[in-house]
Each structure stands twice: as C-alpha cells, then as structure tokens.
Design a protein around this ligand. Structure first.
Ligand code: DC
Length: 234
C-alpha cells in the first residue's frame, strides 16, 4: 500500500494555517492534523493537574503516563483526551503561550512525535495536511510537499482577534500582537525543533489574500506537486 500524500505546513501563529488547511483538506478529501492542538492539550492539562510550573522531569513523567490516553477522533478530525473533546478550552492565547513553553522541552516533543506521525500515516484518506512548527524539519522531513505559511504580524493579530471573538472571548488587538510576537520569537529561537522555513519549503504569504483565495492557493500548490510527482487523487 502506498503511503498518503503528506503536506507539511509550518508557520507562525495566526498565519491562517488551521482554518486554511482544514478547508483545503475538505476540498481534497485529505485528513487535516493540527499538531498545535496536542501541545495546547498538554499545556491545558498541566494547568488542570496543577503542575504547569513543575520541573521538567515531573512533567515528563505525567505526560508519559497520559499520552496513551490522547487519541484521534477520525470522524471529527480532532484529538480527544480520555474520550473527551478539549477543543473549547484550547483557543485562548494563554493556552497558546503555555503550549509554546511546553514545546521547548525536547523530552516532551519526543513523547508527542509518534502520535503525530501515526495519525497522518494511518489515515484511510489519500493524503494528509499536517500543520505546526517542525513538521517539515522533524515530523515529516520526507513530506511530498513542504509549505511555510506566513502573513504580516498585523494581519495575523487581526485574524486571531476575530477568531477569539467568534468563540466569545475578549481580547485586545495590541496586547494580542505583543503576545503573538513573543510566542513566535520563543518558537523560532528555542534549541530544539525551532520554527523555521526549510530550504525546500514553498512560501505561501497570505497577508493580502482573503480566506477563499488562501484555500485555493494551497489546493493549487498541492495539486501541482501531485501532478509533478505523477500522483493522482480526486
Ligand atoms: O499552532 P498553535 O498556535 O496552536 O501552536 C501552539 C504552540 O505549540 C506553538 O506556539 C508552538 C507549539 N507547537 C510546536 O512547537 N510544534 C508544533 N508542531 C505545533 C505547535
């Protein structure tokens, strides 16, 4: 059996990755795997367990025990923890900040890696779009297509504000901009698996693109690469 067509999408927070990738997957009949959700899930759980500020070895021990309870809901394309959908708790920028802190740990990243690979490689769909920060460099360095999705900080903060508001959360644009800038800096400068554009990744800058145009651009890039590789899917 041939493996699914893997599209690795990396980029800073709010670059439109999750919404654009999800819709592109609907059009292509691919599975969409948002790896940021696993890091967010861990960050949120650490808070619930009261060990968010604990030393790395304590956090690792607990995460090692709990990782087998993080599963993939194939029908809804989301992670579940002990059968529970945590998505409503994961949107807040504070959870994103926590995820970015957790993501600095090499040990935690190692624990979460097999899960991310497994979901994409064992899909029954023709392909998978996997998004995050280290997908092209670590999770799928052999992806059929690598994309670095970016947009200006102003545009990204505005999009994130609208996303938070849609979930009923309050946020201040300037504060959000500062938080996102700090988080991107932390993600791009950490020692392990930093966010970076791989030399063979195509840049997709969505600053001046509307939502539909961004989806179309991503779908076009995927179809174009598939054609070059002689791979066909509907
Ligand atoms: O994509 P996101 O904003 O939901 O991700 C939250 C944080 O998780 C992000 O700031 C860094 C971390 N992350 C990571 O280090 N590697 C990934 N593949 C995905 C997310």
């Amino acid at each position: 059996m041939t493996r699914p067509f893997i599209v690795a999408v990396d980029g800073p927070s709010g670059s439109g990755k999750s919404s654009v990738c999800a819709k592109a997957c609907e059009k292509l009949g691919f599975v969409y795997v948002n790896t940021g959700q696993v890091y967010r899930c861990i960050a949120w759980l650490l808070g619930e367990w009261g060990i968010a500020e604990a030393i790395e070895s304590v956090i690792c021990e607990r995460v090692t025990q709990e990782v087998p309870h993080i599963t993939w809901d194939m029908t809804q394309n989301r992670f579940l923890y002990r059968g529970r959908d945590l998505t409503p708790f994961l949107y807040a920028e504070s959870v994103g900040q926590g995820a970015s802190r957790v993501a600095k740990s090499a040990a935690i990243r190692k624990l979460l890696l097999p899960l991310q690979r497994h979901i994409a490689l064992h899909t029954t769909k023709a392909g998978a779009v996997v998004d995050g920060r280290d997908i092209a460099s670590v999770v799928f360095p052999d992806a059929e297509l690598k994309i670095f999705m970016e947009a200006s900080l102003e545009v990204r903060a505005q999009r994130r504000l609208e996303q938070l508001q849609a979930h009923g959360a309050e946020a201040d644009l300037e504060e959000l901009q500062e938080q996102m800038q700090d988080r991107d800096h932390q993600d791009a400068t950490r020692d392990v698996a930093p966010m970076q554009r791989e030399h063979d990744a195509v840049i997709l800058d969505t600053s001046d693109m509307g939502f539909e145009a961004s989806i179309d651009a991503l779908v076009a890039l995927i179809r174009e690469r598939a054609k070059t590789l002689g791979i066909s899917f509907t």
